[in-house]
Design a protein around this ligand. Structure first.
Ligand code: CTP
Ligand code: MG
Length: 168
């Protein structure tokens, strides 16, 4: 079984298209308070996790929460697609400003599985074109951006069974 080691004090940036399983992975491997998610932040500033007009405010809150938690030395997991390098750079800057490492966990299960899950999902209807755009953005690698480590998980069984450990 695969072990995934992350810093006990630091930032874990999940990266994956909508439906790749980020929220499921975060809930299985981390305490709820360790996970800062774009959807829950959107909900907190709009009463509707799908209200796209709240996106800027939601990310303002997300970045504030991440910064506050890292300043307090708490392991923090960002549950957002983070397929866009500018989104990752913002998070990397917050970690660096707090002198803490950031690691990326890329969830990239087979595209057909992701599309099938999306079609079966009741809580969200993402247009095919939006998912395709996310996949195009995903093609840009994360190398050289400043992550201390980049873990890429592609096998759905591995994503479901990986064991996360913290390194002091
Ligand atoms: N899912 C599943 N088996 C898994 C992981 C996810 O069946 N091992 C299902 C979930 O139940 C959900 C869908 O796939 O219905 C998407 O998973 P989710 O964790 O919500 O994906 P996210 O990456 O968080 O998607 P989003 O960016 O839209 O929040
Ligand atoms: Mg999610």
């Amino acid at each position: 079984e695969r072990e995934l080691v992350v810093p006990a004090k630091g930032l874990v940036v999940l990266v994956g298209v909508s439906g790749s399983g980020k929220s499921t992975f975060a809930a299985r491997n981390f305490a709820p308070t360790q996970v800062v998610g774009s959807d829950s932040c959107r909900g907190m500033v709009s009463d509707d996790e799908n209200d796209q007009s709240a996106t800027a405010d939601a990310f303002g809150l997300l970045h504030h929460l991440v910064d506050t938690r890292l300043r307090r030395g708490l392991l923090t997991v960002v549950d957002a697609t983070n397929v866009d390098s500018s989104a990752r750079k913002r998070l990397l800057r917050i970690a660096a400003d707090n002198d803490l490492p950031a690691v990326a966990v890329v969830l990239d299960p087979p595209e057909q599985l992701v599309r099938d899950r999306g079609a079966a999902r009741a809580d969200r209807a993402l247009p095919d074109s939006a998912l395709s755009r996310q996949y195009r953005q995903m093609r840009n690698g994360l190398e050289g951006e400043g992550f201390h480590e980049i873990h890429v998980l592609r096998d759905p069984q591995e994503i479901d069974s990986v064991v996360v450990r913290t390194r002091p």
